[in-house]
Write a protein that binds this ligand. Structure first.
Ligand code: PGA
Length: 254
């Protein structure tokens, strides 16, 4: 009932020209059966979104476009920011919210993430809201407290319909870009915990929420992760930059 999703977060990589090549190469490696089974999303930087949109539309690709960030206001004197409405006009379907790099490097709070999530919905797109604990929090046994709070505060004030369509990503910070992955069992348990947290507030809507795992996902570990009942896909950083590698993550069952 929940369709798998594999999303590539390119972070601050790829010019608009490189993006065109990367999207095309990825599309050569995927076929209709793959898209039937998995929603494939790429999230290039802002400067490459228009080029990605053009390739996707011109070549009629079934790849969905995501953005990595937006501001929560629609327009105004916010130098350097991009609004959800601007992204929606570029056929962006998904926007990341609360990625740990935004939280840690740019100081985004749970309240900011909540405003952003609402603004993304208001513009007709779907947020991919991230949560996850640091190494230190994990060692202190605070993982559930931290992740539970991020989920509750991030979803505060949403309608049940919105929650039904949201995508969540559990990304332990110690596993991001480090080559260390949570074991499939631990990742699966945490995704179950995330779903239960959503259920406490929103009941059955939690069953429809897609929950991704993120943190050093590779072709070698994706199948084990996807076998877990509450893991519906992956948010992939480093390994999404190479179209061959990313395509083999998308086709995790092969
Ligand atoms: P990684 O990044 O796959 O390079 O660990 C994941 C992420 O930050 O979403």
């Amino acid at each position: 009932m929940r369709k798998d999703m594999i999303a590539g977060n390119w972070k601050m990589h790829a010019t608009h020209l490189e993006t065109i090549q990367m999207v095309q190469k990825l599309s050569y490696r995927l076929d209709a059966a793959d898209y039937d089974r998995v929603d494939v999303v790429v999230c290039p930087p802002f400067t490459a979104l228009r080029s990605a949109q053009t390739v996707i539309e011109t070549d009629h690709l079934e790849i969905d476009l995501g953005a990595q960030h937006c501001y929560f206001e629609e327009k105004g004197a916010f130098t350097g920011e991009v609004s959800p409405q601007m992204l929606a006009k570029l056929s962006v379907s998904y926007v990341l919210a609360g990625h740990s790099e935004r939280r840690q490097v740019f100081g985004e709070t749970d309240a900011d993430v909540n405003k952003k999530v609402k603004a993304i919905f208001a513009a007709g797109m779907v947020p991919i809201m991230c949560c996850g604990e640091t190494d230190e929090e994990r060692e202190q046994g605070m993982t559930e407290e931290k992740v539970g709070a991020q989920v509750r505060l991030g979803l505060q004030g949403l309608t049940t319909d919105q929650v039904t369509s949201i995508v969540l990503a559990y990304e332990p910070i110690w596993a991001i870009g480090t080559g260390k992955t949570a074991s499939a069992d631990d990742a699966g348990d945490m995704c179950t915990f995330v779903r239960n947290t959503v259920a406490e507030q929103f009941g059955e809507a939690a069953d429809s929420v897609r929950i991704l795992y993120g943190g050093s996902v590779k072709p070698g570990n994706i199948a084990g992760l996807m076998a877990k009942r509450d893991i519906d896909g992956a948010l992939v950083g480093g390994a999404s930059l190479d179209p061959d590698t990313f395509a083999s993550i998308v086709r995790y069952w092969i």
